[in-house]
Design a protein around this ligand. Structure first.
Ligand SMILES: Cc1ncc(COP(=O)(O)OP(=O)(O)O)c(N)n1
Ligand SMILES: Cc1nc(C(=O)O)sc1CCOP(=O)(O)O
Ligand SMILES: [Mg+2]
Length: 215
């Protein structure tokens, strides 16, 4: 496991829950509360369908909950929103702006993640530009992003020497997650497997078993 390079003491392994495109803010809050209560390590606020106003309101609703559970609160796509509300970090993909600009705005202690898809070179560049973690995927067919590029689990081992936590994403279930942890993933990032489940708390607990020592 690679520790996060920040002065804050955040966990650097476990379930990284990512919110779904939920318009009903109260329902979102209840489901996130269940997931954090069941032991998710990190939360990313992601809502690709919301306008800027709803994203701001939902982010402000979830932020104190994360603080209460001592779970880092990461904003997807929009480092300016993260800076405005003083979130714990931001996640940036290839269309989401310059990582160095996000680092300059958010400061040294922010968690800034970078999508690296199926490419180790992107991960090297991201770490050089100040990324706190690198994310690879999709490892399995993703109900949320059916056309995502496909990544090989061996990438996770290739990225070990980068010295930052490695996040795996894309179609991860409680049944296939352990194979990625065994391949080197520090965090498993999941949307549908957690939030489309009838009981997100028990789904969360099922993911945690991917990190338990095997007998
Ligand atoms: C942890 C994590 N990994 C990857 C992504 C995907 O980011 P991106 O490629 O920018 O795609 P969108 O999420 O913006 O659709 C992520 N959000 N989180
Ligand atoms: C947002 C996202 N990014 C991916 C990538 O490969 O970069 S896969 C993905 C969707 C993850 O959702 P689910 O857990 O429902 O498959
Ligand atoms: Mg993005």
């Amino acid at each position: 496991m690679n520790p996060l390079r920040t002065n804050r003491s955040w966990p650097s392994s476990g379930l990284y829950a990512i919110t779904p495109d939920e318009a009903d803010s109260q329902r979102l809050l209840e489901r996130v509360k269940a997931v954090l209560g069941a032991g998710a390590a990190w939360l990313q606020y992601r809502n690709k369908r919301a306008d800027a106003d709803l994203r701001m309101r939902q982010a402000r609703l979830l932020q104190p909950l994360c603080a209460r559970y001592r779970v880092p609160f990461i904003i997807n796509d929009d480092w300016r929103l993260a800076a405005m509300i003083r979130a714990d970090g931001a996640h940036l993909g290839e269309d989401d702006g310059e990582l160095a600009a996000a680092r300059a705005a958010l400061g040294a202690d922010a968690i800034i993640g970078a999508s690296c898809y199926d490419r180790i070179e992107l991960a090297r560049e991201a770490v050089a530009a100040g990324a706190s973690y690198v994310a690879f995927g999709a490892f399995f067919p993703s109900p949320t992003k059916p056309h995502a590029r496909v990544a090989r689990p061996a990438l996770l081992a290739d990225a070990a020497s980068l010295g930052v936590p490695r996040v795996a994403i894309g179609g991860i279930t409680p049944d296939n997650g352990r194979s990625l942890v065994d391949a080197g993933a520090d965090l498993l990032a999941v949307i549908s497997g957690v939030f489309d489940a009838p009981d997100p708390a028990s789904a969360t607990r099922a993911y945690l078993s991917c990190f338990a020592p095997s007998h």
